[in-house]
Write a protein that binds this ligand. Structure first.
Ligand SMILES: C[S@@+](CC[C@H](N)C(=O)[O-])C[C@H]1O[C@@H](n2cnc3c(N)ncnc32)[C@H](O)[C@@H]1O
Length: 217
């Protein structure tokens, strides 16, 4: 799997360089570490419990714990098309659960922080609405939602992100509707306040991205 990822990464670099874009090589651990570094500021050491929606890499939990020093981290993903863990790995991953994409399999107000990295643009609107409602159910009052996603603010960047997705799934057998930061903010109730928001428009690690931290009031 790792070999495939490396091959894909080289192919993507070549493909984008053909378009005149130079890229640094992709390193998933570094990239996960950076995402959880944003989360760190919202985590109480050895107290906060995190839920990661759309957990994919096998080292997510370890990286998240090391970077944020949270008490616990759980993860969910949908089963459809998911081939990242072997059955034996899954057996050992007590904190990871498959679910239907919107009914989060955890109790009310269980989490201090919910992370959603590059997931929301893959979810169809009706499911997305239900998922956001359930995020609100499992998140504690004053808890945080940390979102990192593509910053698709220009046509060029949108084209690159679309190309990237095609490359990783050549059959095109996936749903994708890229959203702007404002559109993503609109998905959450008005009572959620933006604590932090930032974006870059340069292309590194494949694409421009943004992050947004919302607090449930
Ligand atoms: C681009 S990957 C991002 C993986 C990981 N979060 C990261 O940052 O590297 C998108 C992931 O979202 C997952 N996904 C799609 N719909 C979902 C849903 N309704 N709930 C949770 N995960 C979902 C996909 O299975 C896939 O693993």
């Amino acid at each position: 799997m790792k070999q495939n990822a490396t091959r894909m990464s080289i192919m993507l670099d070549t493909m984008l360089e053909d378009d005149g874009v130079t890229l640094k090589s992709y390193d998933s651990s570094k990239s996960l570490g950076k995402k959880f570094y944003i989360v760190k500021n919202y985590v109480k050491k050895n107290k906060s419990i995190i839920l990661d929606i759309g957990t994919e890499s096998e080292n997510t939990f370890e990286i998240a714990k090391n970077v944020t020093r949270c008490k616990k981290i759980y993860g969910v993903n949908i089963e459809e098309g998911f081939e990242h863990y072997s059955d034996s790995e899954l057996e050992n991953m007590k904190n990871f659960k498959f679910y239907n994409g919107y009914s989060i399999p955890f109790k009310d107000k269980m989490f201090d922080v919910i992370t959603i990295f590059y997931v929301l643009h893959h979810i169809k609107k009706p499911i997305l609405k239900k998922l956001i409602k359930d995020i609100d159910r499992v998140l504690k009052k004053d808890g945080y939602v940390v979102i990192v996603d593509h910053n698709v603010h220009t046509k060029e960047i949108k084209k690159i992100v679309e190309k990237e997705h095609k490359l990783f799934s050549p059959s095109g057998d996936y749903y994708m509707k890229l959203m702007t930061m404002d559109e993503i903010r609109e998905l959450f109730p008005d009572s959620y306040e933006i604590c932090e928001q930032s974006y870059n428009s340069s292309i590194y690690n494949y694409h421009a991205k943004f992050h947004m931290v919302l607090q449930k009031k």
